[in-house]
Design a protein around this ligand. Structure first.
Ligand code: AMP
Ligand code: ZN
Length: 477
């Protein structure tokens, strides 16, 4: 199946042709773990997840790396200000290391609730194989120092009193990704808070020195002096480490275009002489009160806030599907309510079809599936794909088993929890694990073991387990 994607580099849609045999290699910029993420951030992760699921649906296996920014992201885009990690540490009276791990865990919990198809193991999958990698900047300092040395060897760096900088004037085509006019605007902005030692307003730090009079919580020795890596170098170094010097797709939010990704391109391509990524893809903003949802802007909503108000994380996923990823989307509780209702209706439809379908499996209708995948593989047109789902469900002339088969296929990409048991989802993790074991033992007809588990659930967790025609169920005792 062909997949066409919009490439910010070149500003047009292009068919995906993997650069090398083996899986499609995908890098997505991960979160800066100094605070909870907001649902604006998650709109970007949902877009990237739909991309990955669409690739798999179209039979492209995927090798996916995502970083955790746990050092070096400064409060100002112009390499000034404090490290966000140390700001978070001061705010909460913890160490920067504790802050990093705490918010990384919070992110991974949210990612699981959103059913992001990202399941890294404790070690990276072997080179050239599909699979997921989660990489922390603080655990890849050597790779980052190495890359800065390569850039230095090409004569593209210079030293100031506070760090080693990349000389953007020496990289022709620095403005290629953002567009030259955009870079002009950026230079103007950077001038306002200009570091007088920078040669060009767009130059950026590859390595920053620790202050002479204070110890940082996160700092390392380097050939240039004790300090810490710049934010941009971490993504380049880790992407190359896990995906190679040239890979297929690099993603982030649109705010990454003019600075973070422009800088990744400049430093990586000047070191290797090769394009870092073929496709650069960017998700548009989630807005709140007509402005970009941002932690600094005050008006932001976390996933937990939604859950506390009775929404499922997957209701937010459905809400994201209301607009194409390259269009801005306004957050509102009314829109979220509508998404929740629609998802409920889809789940009800799935349950009703399951009841009517009978045991014999049927293939999904080819033309409905074709409409669904044509929308997705045309630059991830999810609103249109979703419309194809509703239309197919309404086609009474199709047997329930046929519509059910179609919905199961669609669910592989949409990931709306259409076939997940509502009850099982809200069990606490320990009870859920016992309940899963109970079902497995019962299925294997080990009734002594399943009865013991049923008693344990009742005694320790106050959960009553019972059997129905549709399978095992539970309710609070
Ligand atoms: P950060 O932790 O700030 O690096 O952001 C994580 C991801 O969220 C990045 O890909 C950003 O581009 C993206 N992002 C930040 N704010 C928004 C927003 N309001 N809407 C959509 N994506 C966003
Ligand atoms: Zn990045």
């Amino acid at each position: 199946m062909d997949v066409t994607l919009f490439n910010t580099l070149g500003r047009k849609k292009e068919p995906l042709r993997p650069l090398a045999p083996g899986p499609v290699r995908l890098y997505t910029c991960g979160p800066t773990v100094y605070n909870y993420l907001h649902v604006g951030n998650y709109r970007t992760y949902v877009f990237e997840d739909v991309l990955k699921r669409t690739l798999k649906f179209a039979c492209f296996p995927v090798r996916h790396a995502m970083n955790i920014t746990d050092v070096g992201h400064l409060t100002s885009q112009a390499d000034e200000g404090e490290d966000k990690m140390e700001v978070g540490a001061a705010r909460e009276g913890k160490t920067a290391w504790e802050i990093a791990r705490f918010y990384e865990t919070a992110f991974l919990e949210d990612a699981a609730a959103l059913d992001l198809d990202f399941h890294p193991g404790s070690a990276a999958p072997p080179e050239g194989s599909p699979g997921d990698v989660l990489c922390r900047a603080t655990e890849h300092i050597a790779e980052q120092i190495d890359l800065v040395r390569r850039i230095e060897a090409k004569g593209l760096t210079y030293r100031t009193s506070d760090g080693i900088y990349f000389d953007t004037a020496k990289f022709p085509g620095y403005g290629r990704l953002a567009g030259e006019s955009h870079v002009e605007g950026l230079k103007e902005g950077a001038r306002v808070q200009a570091n007088p030692e920078k040669k060009n307003a767009t130059d950026f730090a590859l390595w920053k020195f620790s202050p002479a009079d204070a110890r940082r919580q996160m700092e390392w020795d380097s050939p240039w002096g004790r300090g810490f890596p710049g934010w941009h170098i971490e993504c380049s170094a880790m992407a190359m480490r896990y995906l190679g010097e040239s890979f297929d797709i690099h993603c982030g939010g649109v705010d990454h275009i003019p600075i973070h990704h422009a800088n990744e391109i400049a430093q990586s391509e000047s070191a290797t002489g090769k394009p870092l990524a073929h496709f650069w893809m960017h998700g548009e903003f989630l807005l709140m009160n007509k402005a970009k949802m941002a932690k600094s802007a005050g008006g932001f909503v976390r996933l937990k806030d939604l859950q506390e108000r009775g929404y499922d994380a997957l209701d937010f996923r459905y809400f994201c599907y209301g607009a194409h990823y390259r269009r801005q989307l306004d957050f509102s509780w009314e829109a979220l309510d509508a998404a929740k209702t629609s998802r409920r209706r889809l789940k009800d439809a799935a349950a009703a079809l399951k009841l009517k379908a009978g045991a014999a499996a049927q293939p999904a209708p080819a033309e409905a599936l074709a409409a669904f995948s044509a929308a997705l593989t045309d630059d991830l047109n999810v609103p249109e794909a979703l419309a194809a789902v509703w239309e197919t469900l309404r086609r009474e002339e199709l047997a329930p088993a046929v519509r059910l088969a179609f919905l199961r296929e669609a669910e592989r990409v949409l990931a709306l929890g259409l076939f997940k048991e509502e009850a099982a989802k809200s069990l606490p993790p320990k009870a859920l694990a016992l309940f899963d074991r109970y079902k497995a033992e019962r299925a294997a007809k080990n009734y002594a073991a399943s009865d013991a588990l049923r008693r344990e659930l009742l005694d320790k967790h106050k959960i009553h387990v019972f059997e129905t025609k549709e399978g095992s169920r539970w309710e609070p005792a």
